[in-house]
Design a protein around this ligand. Sequence first.
Ligand SMILES: C[S@@+](CC[C@H](N)C(=O)[O-])C[C@H]1O[C@@H](n2cnc3c(N)ncnc32)[C@H](O)[C@@H]1O
Length: 273
Amino acid sequence: MNTARQLIKEINEMTYTQFVGYINQWNVPPGSLSTLNEWSVFGHIDAQSHILEIACTTGFSGRELSRITGCSVVGIDICESSVDAAKQIKKLYSPTSNLQYIVGDACTFNFEQKFSHVVIGASLAFFQDSNGLLRRINTFFRDSGYILASPYYGNDDIPQPLINDCKKIIGITPTMCHYDTVRSLYANYEVAYESRKNIVIETEDQMKKYTFDTITNCCKLRGIESEEVFDTLYSRLYSIKNISNELHRYQKYSVLVLRYLQSVYPNKFIELF
Ligand SMILES: C[S@@+](CC[C@H](N)C(=O)[O-])C[C@H]1O[C@@H](n2cnc3c(N)ncnc32)[C@H](O)[C@@H]1O
């Protein structure tokens, strides 16, 4: 088998997370840079902040928060190829930022250091044992800290054909969580800031430009010259983009800054109104 054909076979056999790592995708939380700017302002992140990015994938949130504020970051993800990509992107785009990465299970990993902020984005939904992780987040802080989350929620049921396509293309079965369910996960933390957002569906041109730019960069970094390999990578990423876009018709998300105070946790004495 020639190398291009072998590579195409390997690309098609990669899991979703391996593929994301392979193409060095800058896998973002809902709202992307705009969410990070809200977190940084309302979570009071500065150059002294020490952040744990849970399920960092290719490290976008921590890397860009560090660029905006000068904070230091430890990222952890269970997927080795995603963490390898995070390290590679740091070297290329943020060589002077204080960023470290760990391959490990955030539900069991023993962190020796304490953190001022924990970035979780929308990742909780991807954890097999999300309750296990939730039960220990408070131990990642000293006596106070902030959780920075951006969970998806929705009101309409997702049509079954779309659920089937998601399973086939991104390997997950999307479930629609009601707003109250998503918020109740963080019931033991105080709401320091919240903004609920509607999602604007992307146009075909926007998705094509993003896909073309990302795959062109991947091929440059990996020295890939074969047009067939380019087309394979392009069509896999475009179908991921497209299915996510379709899913967004049924989703909203919330930008959340949750405060942990050891002196009151897990009680809550602050009302919302
Ligand atoms: C959709 S991505 C997260 C994207 C992005 N970081 C965000 O803010 O939404 C989900 C990630 O969770 C990681 N993951 C799933 N279970 C994990 C675990 N037990 N420990 C660490 N990472 C985990 C996966 O490897 C994957 O990279």
